[in-house]
Design a protein around this ligand. Sequence first.
Ligand SMILES: C[S@@+](CC[C@H](N)C(=O)[O-])C[C@H]1O[C@@H](n2cnc3c(N)ncnc32)[C@H](O)[C@@H]1O
Length: 203
Amino acid sequence: MSDGVPAELADHPDRLRWNAKYADAPGLSPVHPLAERALAAGLPDGGVLDLASGPSGSALLVAAAGRPVTAVDVSEIALARLGAEAGRRGLAALITLVQADLGAWRPDPAGYALVLCTGFWDRAVFGRAAGAVVPGGLLAWEAFTEEARRHRPGLPAEWCLGPAEPASLLPDGFAVLEQADDPATGKRGLLARRHVAPPRRVP
Ligand SMILES: C[S@@+](CC[C@H](N)C(=O)[O-])C[C@H]1O[C@@H](n2cnc3c(N)ncnc32)[C@H](O)[C@@H]1O
């Protein structure tokens, strides 16, 4: 496309839906408490990956802490807003904006000290995200639970975590630091750390 939108996203329903939402609602997404807790918990050297970032206050927070951030989202309106704010704060050099469908996008195999995703759920994306955390790094995720559908019947089941997810889907080599539901929002948050070394096997 001539406006810089990748051709494969031209008619993508997620892009069209979220562009319309962001066009109607100016402003940034607030810093997510999971991002704050991940920074406070300690991270190894390396960059941060913010999946389904939106105009992410969390990405700005970690960039302000000196971390390079890759923000991936299907909406160019969200990314342009994030980029403009990063420029205003002198953080543009630390933030890489990637417009992509997370169903098709693949993370840098070198990995990230923190992979953050809030407000989005897809089991395959979660698996790839976990694989992209470097040893000692953190995976932080938040999404709606099945319970949320009782109050929001229009919420598609595939956007919602099943019981015990996402911790139950973590591959070997992760320790769950926290997994908790927020009944007020119908969302569940996870913070998990990848072991520095694989756990020793008992013969
Ligand atoms: C609920 S918002 C969450 C934004 C931000 N992470 C937050 O917590 O405020 C969901 C985000 O997912 C993005 N999104 C939806 N479907 C996507 C897809 N298939 N690929 C990439 N991003 C997608 C939307 O553009 C939107 O920014």
